[in-house]
Design a protein. Structure first.
Ligand SMILES: [Zn+2]
Length: 583
């Protein structure tokens, strides 16, 4: 039976791969990944890895890999549908009858489209005469037009039926309007009226780019209405599971996220260049939100308001974030009640300084190393020194190396000289390692880059490397699929990779989660191969890298010509001739 895509997304989300694998394998975290002994082949050193952020497992020994569903199939020897049923049971989910789920999914799609339409309406009102006051308010609070567009900020006019009429005109039924949470029903006569009136509107957008709700802020000072109003919970909006600004912040290059209280703080921070800011949605931080954050970062700087409520919220948030595997730093703002005010008073540079003080990456990594060892034990102390030295030798500034060497020496109660020597040795080891790695890459002929699995062949290895990269990039950042126009599945030199690309593209277009778990119709060997690809790619995710790969594929596709073994022999013969060697 074919399971509905939305159901499979939820199934994957509610069965974190590290938890499911963790029932069979003892996993230890190392960086972003977790390692353990492979359950599929006998081994003494851990070459089995799980990447929670990517939702995959992969074994470097036997090259098995895939999504959480593949793992369940493999470990229990189950068919695909039975593995899905087992996971559904594990997460307490009902396996839906096809028809019922399809209709629920269609309903979701209508609500996403309705919200997009509503966002357009609000945005247009902000620039209409009726929105003049609201626009002035926004500009007066320091938001520029660029940032208003980036966040899709809009204005809900004071009328009672502006939005209701706009949406009816677009063909949405009264039932759909009610389901959206954007309208209320009059108790007197049952008429529908706009829920948000005379408010600056902030669309709440999920990580897939769907508008799922709105937050509205009053603009009149003397208004008696609540200062902030959010959409109620609907079929598509669960405030416990979403974060304001995450759709933008997930693309940041900063290694950490900034978590603040208000939507306006997020907008202000992004405007000043801190594109890593997000806010919880008018609730105190939930476990679901922390889990969502941990998919994108392992460090968070908390900046809540300085008042009592803010301080209490901070105290509650810390253990929740730590439980999700996130390192937390708290930033106390002096002389300003929130980041918005701080940025206006003191500017971005002062703020950056504060952030650097609070989220010092080296320091926290050294602390993490320290926590692993008991320094009273001599062997462990040596390991602590070695591992710290490995980290310190990667620092580019000599001042930093000196400072941190000093700190480690002090902690371990050894001399500064001894620590310096340790760092020197680590540095030499690192250089040697990198040299060996480069030599390996230089020496590897194209043949060796053929897949391990002999059932899978690449017709054009050069193009296939670029194709692998395209898939890995899009799997890690689905928004990149908006920038692959011109690339067609049939241009891929490997049928398998082309098929993956085509499925990812169509999932993305229908607003589904783009992940390995959503792929269908692949053999376990093929899934292992795809997981391996995703596992190997860890470089920066950006559009430039994507465009470079696409160009390579298009070029190779242009000059595509089947090169047979005979061709190769012929080429070899000619080359030898040129060099004066007799064939
Ligand atoms: Zn294995």
């Amino acid at each position: 039976m074919a399971f509905p895509p939305a159901f499979l997304d939820e199934l994957t989300a509610r069965n974190p791969i590290e938890d499911v694998v963790g029932q069979y394998v003892t996993l230890k975290r190392s960086g972003a990944n977790m390692f353990g002994l492979c359950p599929f082949h006998g081994e003494k050193t851990a070459s089995f890895s799980v990447a929670p952020d990517k939702g995959i497992y992969y074994c470097f020994g036997c090259h098995k890999g895939g999504s959480v569903i593949n793992f369940q199939m493999e470990i229990e020897g189950l068919s695909y549908p039975d593995a899905v049923r087992a996971l559904a049971k594990r997460a307490g989910m009902e396996v839906p009858e096809d028809e019922q789920y399809q209709s629920r999914y269609r309903q979701q799609e209508r609500l996403w489209a309705l919200h997009k339409e509503a966002a357009r309406f609000f945005h247009s009102q902000l620039y209409a005469p009726v929105g003049a006051e609201a626009l002035n308010y926004a500009l007066g609070r320091g938001m520029n037009k660029y940032i208003l567009t980036t966040f899709g900020v809009g204005y809900a006019p004071e009328s009672w039926d502006g939005l209701v009429n706009a949406l009816r005109k677009k063909g949405y039924t009264d039932q759909e309007l009610r389901d959206s949470g954007l309208v209320s029903v009059s108790r007197k006569n049952g008429n529908l009226y706009d829920r948000f009136r005379d408010r600056l509107m902030f669309p709440i957008i999920d990580v897939r780019g769907n508008v799922i709700a709105f937050g509205g802020r009053i603009i009149k000072k003397d208004s008696e209405a609540a200062k902030y109003l959010n959409s109620p919970e609907t079929l598509i909006f669960n405030k416990r599971k979403n974060l304001f600004g995450l759709n933008l912040a997930k693309k940041t290059k900063h290694p950490y996220f900034i978590l603040v209280e208000g939507n306006i703080d997020v907008v202000a921070l992004h405007q000043y260049g801190f594109d890593n800011a997000v806010a919880s949605l008018g609730t105190s931080l939930t476990e679901e939100q922390a889990a969502l954050l941990s998919k994108y970062t392992d460090q968070v700087v908390l900046i809540y308001d300085g008042d009592n409520a803010g301080q209490n919220a901070t105290k509650r948030a810390i253990p929740i974030l730590e439980k999700a595997g996130i390192q937390v730093k708290v930033l106390q703002l002096r002389d300003a009640k929130d980041p918005d005010e701080f940025l206006k008073k003191f500017g971005a540079d002062r703020f950056k300084l504060l952030l650097e003080e609070s989220s010092n990456r080296v320091e926290y990594q050294l602390n993490a190393i320290l926590k692993k060892y008991d320094l009273r034990d001599d062997d462990q102390k040596v390991k602590y020194l070695q591992e710290s030295a490995e980290l310190i030798c990667t620092l580019s500034s000599s001042v930093q190396r000196e400072v941190y060497s000093g700190r480690v020496a002090e902690t371990a109660k050894i001399s500064m000289e001894a620590m310096k020597m340790e760092v020197g040795r680590a540095f030499k080891r690192r250089i040697a390692r990198e040299k060996r790695k480069q030599e390996k890459i230089d020496l590897a002929p194209a043949q060796n880059r053929q897949p391990q699995n002999h059932k899978i062949r690449y017709n054009n290895v050069h193009s296939a490397m670029a194709e692998e990269m395209v898939l890995a990039l899009c799997l890690r950042e689905s928004a990149l699929l908006d920038h692959t126009s011109g690339l067609k599945p049939e241009m891929f030199s490997s049928e398998l990779l082309g098929k993956v690309f085509s499925q990812l593209t169509s999932r993305h277009r229908s607003g589904l989660e783009v992940s390995l778990g959503g792929l269908t119709d692949f053999t376990p060997e093929e899934m292992s191969h795809i997981a391996g690809i995703l596992h190997r790619q860890n470089g920066p995710v950006n559009e430039q890298a994507l465009q470079d790969c696409i160009r390579t594929i298009l070029d190779e596709n242009q000059s595509a010509k089947v090169v047979t073994d005979d061709d190769l022999l012929e080429r070899q013969r000619r080359m030898k001739q040129r060099k004066g060697i007799k064939a």
